[in-house]
Design a protein around this ligand. Sequence first.
Ligand SMILES: Cc1cc2nc3c(=O)[nH]c(=O)nc-3n(C[C@H](O)[C@H](O)[C@H](O)COP(=O)(O)OP(=O)(O)OC[C@H]3O[C@@H](n4cnc5c(N)ncnc54)[C@H](O)[C@@H]3O)c2cc1C
Length: 375
Amino acid sequence: METNKDVVIIGGGLAGLAAAIHLSKMNLHVTLIEKSSYPKHKVCGEYISNEILPYLKWLDADVSELKPAHISKFEFSSNDGKTASAILPLGGFGISRYSLDDFLYQKALSNHCRIIKDTVIDVSFKNDLFTITTSSQILTSKIVLGAFGKRSNLDQVLNRNFIHKKSPWLAVKAHYSGTTANDLVALHNFKGGYCGVSKVENNVINICYLADYATFKQYKNIEDYQQNVLYKNKHLKSVFKNSTLLFDKPLTISQISFDKKQAVENHILMIGDTAGLIHPLCGNGMAMAIHSAKIASESILDYYSNKEMSRIILEKKYSKEWKKHFGKRLFMGRILAQILTHKNITNILVAITASFPGLLPIIIKQTHGKPITIK
Ligand SMILES: Cc1cc2nc3c(=O)[nH]c(=O)nc-3n(C[C@H](O)[C@H](O)[C@H](O)COP(=O)(O)OP(=O)(O)OC[C@H]3O[C@@H](n4cnc5c(N)ncnc54)[C@H](O)[C@@H]3O)c2cc1C
């Protein structure tokens, strides 16, 4: 058995990797355990808000090296093809998870983080110490960060509330070649879901949609579903008809839950989707994952540098900060998702936002943060 006095991070997506880079930059010993290899494609719209750029710069992770698409405009269409558009208040960039996660992984390695490719199968807490069991070894650590994403075997192990409920959502994503505007992120509504279209690096188009499982299962395959449901929106029909699939087949995930989660469970500080998943229509999950890594890392650094700070205070402080930064965004995301599942209300929303162009940026601001400040 091995004791790590500093931090063990479970999961090496954006949240886990950002925390690993932050904590190692501040000279903590970091062990990160990730079950998959890098690089890897992930189901994600791959549009990231610029709010995280100051923090990525502080982490010495300059994403401009990856030549992302720069995105400044937003277009929204209803199922019957009506559109509203806006300039994005902060703007953002398009980068594939294939490139971004690998880029952060390389950065974490160069910061001397220890990265283990393995699956964590259990984590328990006793006598102020965690025991982390993977499929091949046992580690101990004083602090554990849970960065294992929206749905993991560990949610079952920890008996988290949301895992017992069936979720009606599934998602489909693929990369395409074709012609869409470089600086635009579009959100197209269709019956039972919505679809994001935007560019990533190398002029590649990302098409990623969230669909309700009940409607989806009525069709024999993805192609059949897209033609019969998504193509009802003329903008989506045109995007698909004018694009060529670059993957062998689209990636899919199911059982996506937007239920409330706790930011601290069984003394583990949860970051990224493990603490709460915002509806993808907000295009803010990645920025939130990276931002939550910053908040958790700062709380841990306070805990290790301040002998007076108890574990209870650490947990309360982190939960409070998490809620302050992300509580309202998640709430707004749930409301907007409710609106998009009602055809008539969506049509009214598109009509109003098309007539009052100042309104859409205000709505977008409710689901986004401000540029992250560095202490
Ligand atoms: C359909 C869809 C579209 C989206 N579009 C956007 C968008 O355009 N913009 C945006 O900002 N956000 C978007 N999001 C949200 C965004 O993808 C997530 O918020 C983001 O990926 C969260 O990062 P994370 O690090 O928390 O989780 P992840 O990136 O999922 O990382 C979790 C990691 O944990 C690992 N893991 C899990 N269990 C274990 C275990 N037991 N042991 C070891 N490793 C483990 C996994 O392999 C994984 O690598 C979208 C989400 C969905 C579902």
